[in-house]
Design a protein around this ligand. Structure first.
Ligand SMILES: [Zn+2]
Length: 487
């Protein structure tokens, strides 16, 4: 094995008094090994703390200041995962993962430039880069992205199997939002960010650049597969387009229907909104403080989770969540609804009509009437529909979970001419989604593997599999990865 890729450490000196005045018990990566910034923590995190406990199979090593050591990677992951779960926990009503009270964390499952959540564990790997060996589990950005998948799976489990490009992309966006918001729970990072961006936190920064080190490792193999300065940059200008109109695969500079690529639309709007909300909330908009940023991170968390809880799983899921965020924000700050409307309409995630409706009295009354029933959506499974599968070389129907929740409010995205986009039917959305999966070779064919007629394309990592349930051939999701491998 090549030498682990370490960085000459820069220690973030803008730590709080609490962090600087106590014994430095632990040094860990602040956001990503690629930035090379370490932070000293005053106590060791407890991965097994509840709610939202983790289990690391390996015994906890003694902390080490050697940033190429297993101990440094272990504590970087443990600190980030604890911080992230503690941040989300107040908004996870069950207090548990989808799996149960404890989620295993497998820090190094072998060689791959990858990481994934599969409802059994958070899984991380190591791989080579020109700078040496990189470990996906060493990056707070990556571990909090994967943990984000697990959080969303706990509160909206129907999204896991939903045959929907937007649902899959939103899951990826939530992972990136989880990384961003978890980063912001570190006082030292907040202070550095405000200084680096002059208080404009939606600008390109260490916060917006996710997974710099793994991004560099992948870029060395595939120069256009990731952004120029990281894996994915939340500071971007991508606008919504119906995913069925986008190419299945595209270079990182363009939008495709692939979930990680398409997720950047929502994440970009989210970061825009975060920046504007901070300026609206700050006592002095020109110089927001780290404490004000901490409060706004809690506000946007609550707004996002409220909207997700109420959003039906339908083909234009992003418009549903965005509309819900506008409506949910009014109770926190009178300036927030207009900020969120602007962030989402500028990127066409919601149409102008939906933007107006989201804060109308009529919508508020409809939302209030349907809130209790909307919450009960959490218990409603998606319709399983038999789709024709002859185009994949399969001579029997394929059962797929369609994005089929009832719509109580017509929230729409915008078309390029700014008129409202009629949402696709649940069956059409699922058909598009399955076409994409087969085109990218992301389906484990299971018993169909031996059938000569079945199409087989590329795709190293399988996200879905064909299984037989009650006699019917059924498509099930296996995992969400973090987009580290080439699609
Ligand atoms: Zn992911």
């Amino acid at each position: 094995m090549r030498k682990p890729s370490g960085k000459k450490a820069k220690t973030n000196t803008k730590t709080t008094n609490t962090e600087t005045s106590v014994a430095r018990a632990l040094r860990v990566w602040e956001d990503d090994p690629g930035t090379g910034v370490e932070v000293s923590l005053d106590s060791r995190p407890d991965p097994s703390a509840t709610p939202l406990a983790y289990r690391f199979p390996a015994p906890a090593p003694e902390p080490s200041d050697d940033n190429t050591s297993f101990a440094f990677r272990y504590w970087s992951a443990a600190a980030a995962l604890r911080r992230g779960a503690d941040f989300w926990a107040p908004r996870v009503p069950s207090g548990e993962w989808k799996l149960g009270p404890v989620l295993p964390v497998l820090l190094d499952k072998g060689e791959d430039l990858n990481a994934f959540y599969d409802r059994q564990a958070l899984n991380f790997f190591h791989g080579t880069s020109p700078d040496g060996v990189v470990f996906s589990g060493a990056s707070p950005d990556i571990v909090c992205h994967e943990m984000g998948h697990a959080i969303l799976d706990s509160v909206k489990p129907q999204l896991f199997d939903a045959g929907s490009q937007e649902a899959a992309a939103f899951h990826e966006s939530f992972g990136d939002m989880s990384a961003i918001l978890s980063d912001l729970q570190l006082p030292s990072l907040r202070a550095a960010l405000l200084q680096d961006t002059g208080g404009h936190v939606s600008r390109n920064s260490r916060l917006s650049r996710l997974a710099e080190q793994l991004g560099a490792a992948i870029r060395a193999q595939a120069p256009d597969a990731v952004d120029r300065d990281c894996l994915r940059n939340a500071s971007n200008s991508f606008s919504y387009a119906d995913p069925s109109t986008l190419p299945s695969v595209a270079p990182a500079s363009q939008l495709s229907s692939e979930a990680h690529s398409f997720s950047r639309v929502f994440t970009g709007a989210f970061l825009d909104a975060l920046g504007a909300m901070l300026r609206a909330y700050a006592a002095d908009p020109a110089t927001p403080t780290a404490d004000e940023l901490a409060n706004v991170s809690l506000h946007i968390r609550d707004i996002l989770m409220e909207a997700i809880a109420n959003a039906p799983v339908v083909s234009n899921f992003m418009a549903q969540v965005a509309t819900g965020m506008v409506a949910a924000s009014a109770s926190l700050n009178a300036a927030y609804p207009d900020i969120l409307k602007e962030a989402f309409t500028r990127r066409a995630i919601i149409s102008l009509q939906t933007s107006v409706m989201a804060t109308s009295r009529h919508h508020a009354s409809v939302a209030a009437m349907t809130e209790s029933s909307a919450r009960s959506l959490s218990g409603i499974p998606l319709d399983q529909v038999a789709l024709p599968a002859a185009q994949y070389g399969i001579n029997e129907p394929l059962m797929v979970a369609t994005p089929s929740h009832p719509r109580r409010v017509l929230a729409t995205a915008a078309q390029p001419d700014l008129t409202p986009a009629d949402p696709m039917s649940a069956v059409s959305a699922a058909t598009q989604f399955v076409d994409d999966l087969f085109a990218r070779g992301r389906v484990d064919l299971g018993e169909m593997e031996t059938r000569k007629s079945v199409i087989r394309l590329g795709g190293r990592l399988k996200t879905h599999k064909l299984v037989r349930e009650k006699g019917a051939l059924t498509l099930r999701r296996i995992l969400f990865d973090c987009g580290l491998c080439q699609q």
